[in-house]
Design a protein around this ligand. Structure first.
Ligand SMILES: [Zn+2]
Length: 348
């Protein structure tokens, strides 16, 4: 089959790799209907995270189950499934505590499992899914192709935006600021809206992203960054700051902005993959700021978000503004890297 491999900085290829098979009785084999490129894929793409040449990549996909091992009970061949960006059993102590991304028996796409058996990356034609019962979430019937983008966001960005808003305990009537206008930031806007926030300030300076933010529920747009951006948010909140600041980037600048715009006693949700962030603990102590978030256990959120998508109540798939066939995935990476695209969907 064909799948995406990364060979170094700015070197993404589509290559022939072995066809996956059911290797364990708890496996499922999924034929990928749609996958996508994640903002976090850009860290290794830009050479910021080291890679082993030829590694598989991609962790977001939806598709059709084609085969299952003898112990799989919750999904069957022919069913449409959504995969979270980490696989796991959904039954261990850690999963039961709600943190599937730290599953005691789980792991990541594109790496080896705990028995050193190969697990495919998401950006390919087929994926061997370990612990299928705990990993995959099916839909009641095979959805129409027009729902693919919405359902695909549940693999990562929509669940991650949701986790950010949850980490900041966003509640009805809240004033919220969202730092970051990538797909996760936009999904955080939508999540804050779903949780009842009444004032949602999206910090974004790109017209196309501002439009989606507004569609998703943003009431204010702040194009400025740094000190000017902070000043604008404080002006909007009459000097108080926001109840909840949602940090969806992962840089020190973004985190310092989140801390600066939170009101005393405010909450900061954080889901950007942190790169060189230094927390000002004394400031946070003095202003009673609370921090909640981390790598999102999206598996927990897929069933409820799936139902909202199938009911037509949310359209998080709006974040996809580029679709390419698998063979052209290098262009999808380049477009996202150069910010010509918010998020690229890839059709195998
Ligand atoms: Zn687990």
């Amino acid at each position: 089959m064909r799948a995406t491999t990364i060979h170094g900085a700015f070197d993404i290829r589509v290559t022939d790799v072995p066809d996956p098979e059911v290797l364990r009785p708890t496996d499922a084999l999924v034929e990928v209907s749609a996958t996508c490129v994640c903002g976090s894929d850009l860290w290794p793409y830009r050479g910021i995270n080291e890679v082993r040449a030829g590694s598989r990549i991609g962790h977001e996909f939806v598709g059709i189950v084609r085969d299952v091992g003898s112990e799989v009970t919750t999904v069957q061949p022919g069913e449409f499934v959504i995969a979270p960006f980490a696989w796991g059993d959904n039954t261990c102590r850690v999963c039961r505590a709600g943190v599937n991304t730290s599953c005691e028996n789980g792991g990541w796409w594109g790496a080896r499992d705990r028995e050193s058996l190969p697990v495919d990356g998401g950006q390919g034609q087929w994926v061997r899914v370990p612990l299928a019962d705990g990993t995959l979430v099916s839909t009641p019937s095979v959805p129409d192709d027009t729902l693919l983008p919405d359902l695909l966001t549940l693999s990562d960005v929509m669940g991650t935006g949701w986790h950010c808003a949850l980490g900041a305990s966003v509640a009805a009537g809240d004033t919220v600021a969202v730092i970051g206008d990538g797909a996760v930031g936009l999904c955080a806007v939508l999540s804050a809206k779903l949780m009842g926030a009444t004032t949602i300030i999206a910090m974004s300076r790109h017209t196309a992203r501002q439009e989606i933010a507004t569609e998703f529920g943003a009431t204010h747009l702040v194009p400025e960054r740094g000190a000017d951006g902070i000043a604008r948010v404080l002006e909007i909140t009459e000097g108080l700051g926001v109840d909840a600041a949602l940090e969806c980037v992962g840089t020190d600048d973004a985190m310092q902005t989140a801390i600066a715009v939170a009101r005393p006693g405010g909450r900061i949700g954080y889901v950007g993959v942190p790169h060189d962030i230094v927390l000002p603990m004394e400031t946070m102590f003095g202003r009673n700021l609370r921090l909640g978030g981390g790598v999102a256990p999206v598996r927990q959120y897929i069933p409820a978000l799936r139902d909202l998508v199938l009911a037509g109540e949310i359209h998080p798939g709006r974040v996809f503004d580029l679709t390419v066939p698998l063979e052209e995935i290098p262009e999808a990476y380049a477009a996202m890297d150069q910010r010509r695209a918010i998020k690229a969907m890839v059709l195998p």
